[in-house]
Design a binder for this molecule. Sequence first.
Ligand SMILES: NC(=O)C1=CN([C@@H]2O[C@H](COP(=O)(O)OP(=O)(O)OC[C@H]3O[C@@H](n4cnc5c(N)ncnc54)[C@H](OP(=O)(O)O)[C@@H]3O)[C@@H](O)[C@H]2O)[C@H](O)CC1
Ligand SMILES: Cc1cc2nc3c(=O)[nH]c(=O)nc-3n(C[C@H](O)[C@H](O)[C@H](O)COP(=O)(O)O)c2cc1C
Ligand SMILES: Cc1ncc(COP(=O)(O)O)c(C=O)c1O
Ligand SMILES: [K+]
Length: 528
Amino acid sequence: MWSQLVHKTRRMTCFLLPYYHNSPSTTKLIFTPHYASSVFLRPVSSLAVRSFCSKSGAMSSLQSLQNLDSVSFLKQREAAEIDETLMGPLGFSVDQLMELAGLSVATSIAEVYKPTEYSRVLAICGPGNNGGDGLVAARHLHHFGYKPFVCYPKRTPKPLYSGLVTQLESLSVPFLSTEDLPLDLSKDFDILVDAMFGFSFHGAPRPPFDDLIQRLVCLHSNDQTHQKRPVIVSIDIPSGWHVEEADIDGEGIKPDMLVSLTAPKLCAKKFCGSHHFLGGRFVPPVIADKYKLHLPPYPGTSMCVRIGKPPQVDISTLRENYISPEFLEEQVESDPIDQFRKWFDDAMAADLREPNAMALSTAGKDGKLSSRMVLLKGVDKDGFVWYTNYESRKARELSENPCASLLFYWEGLNRQVRIEGSVQKVSDEESEQYFHSRPRGSQIGAIVSKQSSVVPGRHVLYQQYEELEEKFSDGSVIPKPAHWGGYRLKPKLFEFWQGQQSRLHDRLQYSPQEIDGKLVWKIDRLAP
Ligand SMILES: NC(=O)C1=CN([C@@H]2O[C@H](COP(=O)(O)OP(=O)(O)OC[C@H]3O[C@@H](n4cnc5c(N)ncnc54)[C@H](OP(=O)(O)O)[C@@H]3O)[C@@H](O)[C@H]2O)[C@H](O)CC1
Ligand SMILES: Cc1cc2nc3c(=O)[nH]c(=O)nc-3n(C[C@H](O)[C@H](O)[C@H](O)COP(=O)(O)O)c2cc1C
Ligand SMILES: Cc1ncc(COP(=O)(O)O)c(C=O)c1O
Ligand SMILES: [K+]
């Protein structure tokens, strides 16, 4: 039964979710299924289905960002019932769920508010599990490089909570009493984590939480004065809000970020802040199925996923401050290929996605430039190799002008490498060998694709693909088409770039020089 449920839910995640619009037990917000209508609601061929599934990790983050689907909202009773089921028949302990909930909160915060800008965090924790989530989040935030403080005025005398307090004390996280807290929280903190009440809140807030909630409400008066105020991150429910009816009199707190756990509660529909995240990546399919939960998939290994619209940003304000170790002339390899290998190894070790992806720029005889990404498939003293279609635009341009440049950008490492040189086709044997090492689907794809030519529609590609798939279904060798093969760029110029603060980056350029009839690489530092 379990495997059937798992299977069913996986399929639902891929294809069936957009068909859910109403269910008896949950209310749904239906986003305009713009992309969904073209991708999901049309009959798709088996190839489309398979390729979508295999890419579901990457697609999932896109899906949630584009608000493609409807999201379920829970009533208070449903939230409590799910909690009981998780901790009853499903075998979870409260400690486990709280740990995952608190970690989700900390990772959501870290996705939006970087510790370099928002370091001082105050977690205001209530007496129940919401408060426990706040204590766990504070601990993870400490390990993520933030400076957390905790206000925990009504401590729950249970081993779980006293354990969480001890863990924080062992990290020297300061505990502040309500009397210690400044009346105006805006000067001392960058982030206020509202972990006072979750889905069991009822009635009007009692002391001391009434006053603490009021201090968060007051912060919005600073909005008019344009004074920088701390951001408010509410865990699961903005404290003081009715779990289903939200901010009834409109005078409650207005969080900037809401981290819903398991599934958003009904009040989250009224959340107007910039960042709505979902955390609590522990919902087993049996729960999702029972409550007809429709939730976006979590991307990759993430503990949280953005739901709701991404914030509108002023693009001109987007910038990173690069902080890297010094990159000095005396540290580098004398041979740029060795230096490239060293940095490539670092990119591999840093677990970057597709570190071998590089931008290839070419220009035809008319001098017009074009760039595109290709995958590096080999590098040695002879140069840099990639594979492609010999009748594509890049191939035409390379036949007219056999010069190109390559560009690598390793974002996580603040590094860029530029390479320029002349290009030749690799030998037929080399292309043959590489072609047959590729997955059979990609081999067929290379036959089907007359790269860079106009196709009347995707169906044409599918149809040809399926015909060839059938033809080669006996496992026989798929012949490499003559129009497919590799190129090798022989480098004449390298530049290794590493981002530094205040835009004073490191740039080391290698250019060939002849000294006493011998070719050596001259290394120059260029101004950033
Ligand atoms: N499955 C999940 O998603 C998980 C979520 N978690 C988190 O747990 C909360 C719900 O936790 P719970 O302990 O049930 O409830 P609360 O944290 O909301 O608070 C209950 C305590 O608050 C007191 N309370 C209630 N109303 C008031 C009020 N008006 N004024 C003052 N105090 C109030 C209540 O006392 P009572 O005497 O009134 O009963 C309780 O002491 C959920 O939202 C998530 O954040 C889990 O961590 C993991 C699983
Ligand atoms: C990450 C990435 C890697 C790619 N790798 C290759 C590749 O190795 N070979 C290739 O022909 N196209 C690759 N492509 C597709 C090319 O970017 C491009 O669309 C295609 O080669 C046609 O380019 P052209 O019309 O300029 O010749 C890749 C695209 C991306 C985004
Ligand atoms: C059109 C095309 N050809 C070739 C490749 C390289 O793929 P492989 O690693 O299978 O050789 C890619 C990679 O994205 C591609 O998009
Ligand atoms: K809360």
